[in-house]
Design a binder for this molecule. Structure first.
Ligand code: GLU
Length: 324
């Protein structure tokens, strides 16, 4: 049974959701305003296949709890979700092993680059959180032991949540990352040396490179995150995807750890749980209202989409929809 909301929360929810908003016009306005930023920043060239993505793309989509989709720009062009996939694998790992996951990975922001090795040495192979590479490698190891059909189960999850059964993994992106994946290989070997990986390093890396190579568009992503805006429930039904508590906690992790070592700045500018990827995507959750996915491949120096982050900041300015 869904718990009753505290009075102040229903009030906030009502204020948020009943205010009439023309999201189509808002998204178009944002697309126009951030246009000068599109194509600036750097496309992630350390994965050679990603370096080929045209930098001049910008797409944005909203999915609301009442089932509506709004979009602007290249919102239906698939791109490499990269680290956004870490939210999916975290969700599946929590479903599989519950709180035992936290014996192997922490829940604190790292304050370091997403692919940093430094903390691991000091912290004995226990990654700071599941949304940096080291943590996601441990999560991949958990899933290798827990998912009966491995990557197919991950695909089934995103297909079911997005309603798009043609979503797939781009094998060329996965291969490109494997060929250039020296740092991730170092991370995985290092974690294994501390005994925090149970499967062969190559299997863990293979799973990880493939999850990152999921190709999805902004509409798919906005839909796939909707239960996180809906207290864990599948919108429009009484079916829980995950528990309300788990949804709250995943949102908390996105808020504190979801945008690399810029999470503090992101909370300051945007104030929404969000997860970014070096493919240029960012997905944000407005609890009880909507999800918002944005894509533009040019990245800032911390690895977040430059135009994407600006678009999210503008969205919050225009709508007041923030958790703060
Ligand atoms: N596949 C990328 C890597 O491991 C993901 C990085 C990201 O999107 O943060 O380097």
């Amino acid at each position: 049974m869904r718990q009753r909301r505290p009075l102040w929360q229903s009030f906030v929810t009502e204020q948020r959701s009943s205010a009439p908003r023309d999201y189509s016009a808002i998204l178009q306005q944002i697309a126009d305003e951030v246009r000068p930023l599109v194509g600036t920043g750097k496309v992630a060239a350390y994965i050679p296949r990603l370096a080929e993505v045209p930098p001049d793309r910008f797409g944005i989509a909203i999915a609301t709890l009442d089932g509506k989709i709004y979009r602007a720009g290249s919102a239906r062009e698939a791109f490499s979700v990269q680290s956004i996939s870490k939210v999916f694998t975290l969700t599946l790992a929590l479903e599989a092993v519950g709180a035992r996951l936290w014996e192997r990975v922490g829940r604190e922001p790292s304050g370091n680059a997403f692919n940093s090795l430094i903390q691991l040495e000091r912290e004995q192979g226990i990654p700071r959180n599941p949304l940096i590479n080291a943590g996601a490698l441990v999560v991949a190891d958990v899933l290798l032991g827990a998912l009966p059909h491995g990557l197919d189960d991950l695909l089934s999850f995103v297909r079911a949540r997005s309603g798009n059964h043609s979503i797939n993994i781009d094998a060329e992106v996965a291969a490109s990352e494997r060929d250039a994946g020296f740092r991730n290989a170092a991370l995985a070997n290092f974690i294994r040396s501390f005994g925090n990986l149970q499967h062969p390093v190559d299997d863990v890396l293979n799973f990880y490179f493939h999850q990152c190579a999921l190709a999805m568009d902004c509409v798919d992503l906005a839909r796939t995150f909707l239960h996180l805006a809906n207290r864990g429930y599948c919108p429009g039904s009484r079916m829980p995807v995950i528990t309300e508590e788990r949804a709250r906690r995943i949102n908390a992790l996105m808020m504190t750890c979801g945008t690399y070592d810029a999470a503090g700045e992101f909370a300051f500018r945007v104030g929404l749980p969000a997860k970014s990827g070096v493919g240029g995507g960012i997905v944000a959750v407005v609890p009880d209202v909507l999800t918002l996915a944005v894509w533009s491949p040019g990245l800032d120096e911390r690895g977040n989409s430059l135009a994407g982050a600006a678009a999210l900041a503008r969205f919050v300015e225009l709508t007041g929809l923030s958790v703060f």
